[in-house]
Ligand binder design. Sequence first.
Ligand code: AMP
Length: 406
Amino acid sequence: MHDILPGEVSKWYFIERVLTETVNIYGYKEIRTPIVESRSLFERSIGSESDIVSKEIYAFKDRKGRDIALRPEGTASVVRAFIESGMSTEKRVFRLYYYGPMFRYDRPQKGRYRQFYQFGVELLGGKDPFFDGEVVVMLHTIAKKLKIPKPYFLVNTLGCPQCKERYSGIIKDYFSKKVDHLCNDCKKRITSAPLRILDCKNSGCKKMVSDAPVISDLLCNDCQEHFKKFEEYIKVNNVPYKIDFHLVRGLDYYTRTVFELYVEGEENALAAGGRYDTLVQQLGGPDIPAVGFAIGMERIVNLIEYNTPAKPFFYLACIGEIAKLKGAAIINKLREEGIIIETDYEIESLRAHLKTANKTGARWCIIIGEDEIKKNEMIVKDMLTGKQLDISLDDYINKTKELLKC
Ligand code: AMP
């Protein structure tokens, strides 16, 4: 887990602004759900056999002995809220987005943290493949707006639950014959979750995956048609993509379309998502299809360049008790006008004030001492040029605003 320090925050703001502005254009509304949920929510959605739930979840008992967990992702909570709030009873498409910290007890490394931020969207109530296409196009638009260099998508279909089940059986048979070459985790996955072997990062398992059967050979007509239409939609919108018939995602709830966003030369996906047509029902709601994705904020932050010149601001140096009291009123009048100004009430000497003003990076230092009070003036020192000018205390707001325009 890590801190986001003041110098980095403006980059986060920039990314957050691009994300929210873009998804707003597509009609998405924000939803905020709690960070803590019942552990069973994630077992029932992501899957109790998944790495996320079986190895990485931060789960504990609360004071009444209930099993709770820090959310490892956002979709399960959004779907829970969608059902509990009654939104799921309305027959229309909902476009929702969320943003916040997620928690996974992963091995920390570049791009993989134990607390990380996800920005995600969920489109609930649409089964047409063009909805899948639309969320991918939106993600591509986001990548372009963030000036991510050479983004591309890996896409695949996992098929409907029946196709997925059939494919899972074939994968199970295929790897059962090669069990000795699999890592210990994958040996267990053969019975519990064979498709997850396709997602294993172990180099030995990876080698065998490249020759494994592909799902495209056994998809039903509807699933084939769905994938074809999805492809047409993203093609016509110039989305760069490659089909990876072995792409599966580490979460149980995906059906049909799955996709990941990559950038050339980076190993980790920047964002990932897909269709999850059975999850709403699985969590106790009606039969409502859905599709969505989540973007890993840290991965974007690590990737993009963002430098903005800081806004110029003032520092106030008051010397002596009378000047200090006068300054107390002036500083807050300026702030009411939206002028950025700071001070240190404990510093007594002008020298020390100027030193501090320099350290903070202030563009101007306003100086008020007893002489200035007598003359009803303040001195404004330009910290870059060293030049000083006197400003009447009757007109200091307009004069400081004029300086900001220069
Ligand atoms: P997932 O929820 O596993 O589908 O992941 C969606 C996206 O979240 C990934 O593509 C990453 O960008 C990001 N992500 C997932 N796990 C982590 C992590 N441990 N640290 C940082 N980002 C992550």
